[in-house]
Design a protein around this ligand. Structure first.
Ligand code: UD1
Length: 417
């Protein structure tokens, strides 16, 4: 088991380069399985979630290997084992994104019920609804999601909630369905737009990604995309922005798309954090006294649930009372018990957390409960006095490339044991 030890109290200063987006890469690697030709993906983060997905598709018979930093070669094979192996799938929730591409390309898919972070019930009814709507026969057998179809047929599908994963699965599947598919009330996250751009680069006809309604004209063959570059990771960027503000530092983030961070930038500004936006950079400084704020997590363009835990840490040392309402995942307040051990004052009731700012946190032993909670505890360790030890730190490496090196280059003292 890996542990992270942080000697807190150093303000972060300097530059940090943001890696490619984890969530866009996971979806795009799955979509690549529909290509008839080999392809290269650029700006793919080398993190454990990606490694697990690469292991899964390799076992299924796809050739996938790194050809340089961030450069991933994928050669989908004609003959593929459409069964995604349980041992790996249980580690990665996003393996459910294999369902759409496998069904569309091979007419058959078997994916063990996925694991991943324990942040909520995380049902799959909308994935089922969408894929069934396209004509697939979906069933649950011995812990596996099984899908079968002769040929998917375009349809009109309404999502009761704008689920990111369901939007992606249905959008991918519809690219190889016959006729037109219209998906209403879809997710609008930048990762959805990136996936649509990649599908179009392979010859698909996806229109409207980034709005509430996506229209897809089915085609028979996908391929011909030699190289596609993934967008930067807005959540990794947001995490470094919070770390800079929480340690009252001064950090320039490079390789980002500021537009993707708008909901988050707005909230940091409201908290009195100074933010300068460049074309593909953001400078974050905490020059003045920070202010308590209220946050509600919402689907994009609302405040991202994946930034909620990190913000809770920042607000825990901001004078006054702040609130966070978690509207997406019901288990995302597990971190509060750990933060209380560091001296934070937080009360939760249902989906509401009330945070009373304290002057400082004190280092102690804490446990990561999920990926973003792990990152948030790391930030807590950076501001706490003395030593903080995080167990279960494997979670953090699922989503943050070289986090220890990046933080230490900014003046932090973080080591892994
Ligand atoms: C994706 C992201 C994750 C992020 C989340 C919300 C990836 C790999 N993961 O997860 O980092 O936190 O979006 O921005 O991209 N729901 C249903 N039925 C379904 C599917 C979802 O009720 O069939 C509900 C979920 O329980 C949850 C909400 O919809 O309450 C949002 O989930 P969803 O957008 O699907 O998240 P993921 O795609 O799993």
């Amino acid at each position: 088991m890996r542990k992270i030890i942080i000697n807190g109290g150093y303000p972060l200063r300097g530059k940090v380069k943001i890696s490619g987006a984890k969530n866009a890469s996971l979806a795009i690697i799955c979509a690549a399985l529909m290509s008839d030709e080999p392809l290269l993906l650029d700006n793919v983060p080398n993190i454990s979630d990606i490694q697990v997905l690469l292991e899964i598709i390799s076992i299924m018979g796809v050739k996938a290997n790194w050809q340089g930093p961030g450069l991933l070669y994928i050669e989908p094979s004609v003959k593929i084992d459409v069964k995604a192996p349980y041992e790996q799938v249980k580690k990665l929730r996003a393996s459910n994104l294999l369902l759409g591409p496998l069904l569309a390309k091979h007419g058959c898919a078997s994916v063990a019920l996925p694991g991943g972070c324990n942040i909520g019930v995380r049902p799959m009814d909308l994935h089922f609804k969408g894929l069934s709507g396209l004509g697939a026969k979906m069933s649950l057998e011995q812990g596996c999601v099984i899908g079968k179809v002769d040929k998917l047929k375009g349809a009109r599908i309404y999502l009761d909630f704008p689920s990111v994963g369901a939007t992606e699965n249905i959008m991918m599947a519809a690219c190889l369905a016959s006729g037109q598919t219209i998906i209403e009330n879809v997710a609008k996250e930048p990762e959805i737009v990136d996936l649509a751009n990649f599908l179009n680069a392979m010859g698909a006809k996806v229109r409207g990604a980034g709005t509430d309604l996506i229209k897809i004209k089915g085609t028979t063959v996908l391929g011909g995309c030699k190289k596609y570059s993934i967008i930067p990771d807005r959540i990794e960027a947001g995490t470094y922005m919070v770390a800079a503000a929480a340690t009252r530092g001064d950090v320039l983030l490079e390789n980002i798309i500021p537009k993707h961070l708008e909901p988050f930038i707005a909230k940091l500004r409201e908290a009195n954090v100074s933010i300068e936006e460049g074309e593909d950079t953001i400078r974050v400084q905490a020059k003045n006294e920070l202010k308590a704020i209220d946050i509600k997590t919402m689907p994009y363009p609302g405040f991202p649930t994946d930034m909620q835990s990190q913000m809770m840490v920042l607000l825990s040392t901001v004078p006054g009372f702040s609130t966070i309402t978690e509207n997406i995942f019901e288990n995302r307040f597990q971190i509060t018990d750990e933060l209380k051990r560091l001296g934070a004052k937080i009360k939760t009731e249902g989906r509401l957390a009330v945070i009373e700012g304290v002057p400082t946190l004190q280092g102690t032993n804490v446990k990561a409960t999920d990926l973003r909670a792990g990152a948030a505890l790391l930030i807590a360790g950076l501001i706490a006095t003395g030593k903080t030890q995080i167990t279960n730190s494997e979670y953090i490496y699922r989503g943050y490339q070289n986090i220890q090196e990046k933080l230490n280059a900014l003046g932090a003292s973080v080591e892994q044991v």
